[in-house]
Design a protein around this ligand. Structure first.
Ligand code: NA7
Length: 286
């Protein structure tokens, strides 16, 4: 039973199962979510709630933030009753959201001005991996701070890796997600091309899944395409956000530009579906 008091901010698709894993591991967990209705999923399992990020950090040793984007980070840290309004010291804030390296560096400086510590620790993996604590966690920040919270991170993932200073975790994550964007678009385009040439989708996917390109991602997303099931495990709006962040951070390459543009178009109507719903865009542009 751990005595490290955890404060958890952000109870979206990822935040709920991840905070639940810390509860299961015996950590005392206090949660805060902007929309209060989502807190019930974890209070039912023993979490306490805080009325604001400021009140949450006052009652925590380690604060984990898992929210959507840079804007959300800005609000959580700097908003009214935000984390930095609390005037606490010696806390460790772990930002696991997929955001820019720039906002991590900005928040890290503000945290250290108050003698608090900041790590960026985004994750590779989706809801299923969050539920089974099989995420891959890439961390940016000071090694001695990372060592202090490694045990907490190990309850959330199968691998945690310190990849550099503050912002390096975010950069690694944007590189991973860029590849996910390219790959998903590639899979979608290949399926549409095969179909146009009278190859059954099922046959095409069977060929792929038995060849050198067979992997769990192709299998899962291939099944989603076959079943016309675009329930979000990874929101299309999030990959659009990530490709935009990567582009701002230097991904001005041929595939980078093409994928950004495709997902930008698709986000307008398919943003709340899974990212593989990008196929609808190619299927409709015959
Ligand atoms: P979700 O399911 O879209 O959840 C997003 C969470 O972020 C949710 O708790 C939101 O609160 C919160 N949020 C969003 N904007 C704000 C602002 N402005 N202020 C406070 N809280 C906010 O995302 P996932 O769990 O799938 O993903 C989380 C991260 O991992 C993301 O970076 C992905 O790219 C990867 P709400 O419930 O809407 O009030």
């Amino acid at each position: 039973m751990s005595t490290t008091k955890i404060g958890w901010i952000g109870l979206g698709k990822m935040g709920i199962p991840m905070s639940d894993n810390l509860l299961k591991a015996g950590y005392p967990v206090t949660v805060y979510n902007r929309s209060k209705d989502k807190e019930e999923a974890v209070t039912a399992k023993g979490a306490r709630t805080a009325s604001s990020p400021a009140s949450l950090i006052e009652h925590s040793d380690v604060v984990v933030v898992m929210v959507s984007d840079d804007r959300a980070i800005h609000d959580i840290f700097l908003g009214e009753a935000g984390l930095l309004s609390a005037k606490t010291t010696g806390k460790i804030i772990i930002n696991m959201s997929t955001v820019s390296s720039a906002i991590s560096r900005e928040m890290s400086i503000l945290c250290s001005n108050q003698n608090n510590h900041y790590l960026d620790a985004p994750v590779s993996g989706s809801v299923k991996q969050a539920e089974s604590a099989q995420l891959v966690i890439m961390v940016g920040g000071e090694e001695n701070i990372y060592e202090k919270v490694k045990e907490v991170l190990e309850r959330l993932g199968k691998l945690t890796l310190l990849v550099g200073g503050v912002g390096a975790g975010n950069a690694a994550k944007l590189a991973v997600n860029s590849m996910i964007g390219f790959y998903t678009q590639g899979l979608a385009e290949a399926v549409v091309f095969a179909q146009k040439n009278n190859i059954k989708v099922e046959d095409f996917l069977t060929i792929i899944n038995n060849g050198a390109l067979a992997n769990i991602y192709t299998k899962t997303k291939g099944e989603a395409i076959l079943n016309n099931n675009f329930e979000p495990a990874f929101y299309l709006k999030h990959i659009y956000k990530d490709l935009g962040l990567a582009r701002d951070q230097g991904l001005n390459t041929p595939l980078g530009e093409a994928a950004y543009e495709s997902f930008r178009q698709a986000e307008k109507t398919l943003g709340n579906e899974d990212l593989v719903a990008i196929i609808k865009q190619f299927a409709s542009s015959k």
